[in-house]
Design a protein around this ligand. Sequence first.
Ligand SMILES: C[S@@+](CC[C@H](N)C(=O)[O-])C[C@H]1O[C@@H](n2cnc3c(N)ncnc32)[C@H](O)[C@@H]1O
Length: 376
Amino acid sequence: MNGFNHHAMLPDPTHDEQSRQDFVGALRGHLSSRLMPGAYKVYASKVEPAFKAKHGRAPADQEEVRKVMTQDPFYQFWSAMQRRSQEMLWESVIDPTERQLPDLIGKARKIGRKARGKLRLDPKLEIPRYHRAADIHLQPGGYHTDFTADDIAAGAVYDKGINLYMGGGLGPENDLTGNTLLAYVREKHPGFEPKRILDIGCAIGNSTLVWARAFPKAEVHGIDVGAPVLRYAHARAETLGVKVDFSQQNAEHTDFADGSFDLVLSHITLHETSRSALPRILGECRRLLRKGGMTLHLEIPRGRTAMEKFMHNWEAYNNNETFSRFMTDIDLIAEAVRGGFAKSEVKTADFVPQLDVAQMNYTEYFAWKILEGVRR
Ligand SMILES: C[S@@+](CC[C@H](N)C(=O)[O-])C[C@H]1O[C@@H](n2cnc3c(N)ncnc32)[C@H](O)[C@@H]1O
């Protein structure tokens, strides 16, 4: 429906399943492009003036905006529809995945036997509480739950699910975040040629493959806490002809040697961790860098005004992105320093993607937050 590339590990929807997915994709596009802007209009024309009349000032922060906006009927309608569309999204991708699961698992096993990249799982790995406590994005079982032996369902469901989630805006291989960070490197660090690259929180490897293709001589690793997304990532990468070594590890403490990477990356992952994990992960990134090596983290847009921050944080309050609500204000440099970086080694940037944001049906101001650290 939206220029999404089919590949061997994606379930094949039946005609009716495809129609259902198309409907959910269109509904989400309608909600974000047609209805969501209405919330900003309601705020500017009604909610903020009423607040000002009562308090003699505008709402000071997103919490004050939240108190009044969540009482507004238009916002309530959009929010309820948005939440329901998220549930419908998973329903529409889970059915075809469940129907074909034995075949897909068989395919992944077969691909694994001839693979060029490695897959290393650790059944003893303790899944962090920030993943066990709630299903992030409402995806049943999250990224880590195995429902059957050698399960890949979480990966298959996530792959098609995020395509619908962003109305196709993540690109034909769900690789917008990887391409955006790569564009940042090309612009700010032309000539940088990493030989060993690590992508943390790689999920299905959608961003990892961007780096493996951009630096074909490099050894590329992807780690994640979720076994089913990694099995899927491994089979997907092989099927797309790209060699990546995947391993199941917690980015707070990996088993890689000190100074063993030139580039350590994360793409929209930090906001799905926790207050205490964040500095630990950044400290681990520093430990893994050789001298002169670089770590880059692409994070979700934050919004500029109290109203934008409130709207960006819809996901935190309604879609189990619980920790992400801190991300609208968190000082990433301070977190990196808590993790062990010197202040002079880290900086942040706002990076507006060159890609056509209109294609994502987003009407808000959209700039990624990038944290860059260089080990000196
Ligand atoms: C939003 S998804 C990643 C998306 C992907 N990187 C991309 O560019 O689209 C976040 C991933 O981070 C993983 N993750 C979260 N905390 C982690 C940790 N402490 N160690 C390793 N992986 C982690 C989750 O399991 C999940 O697969």
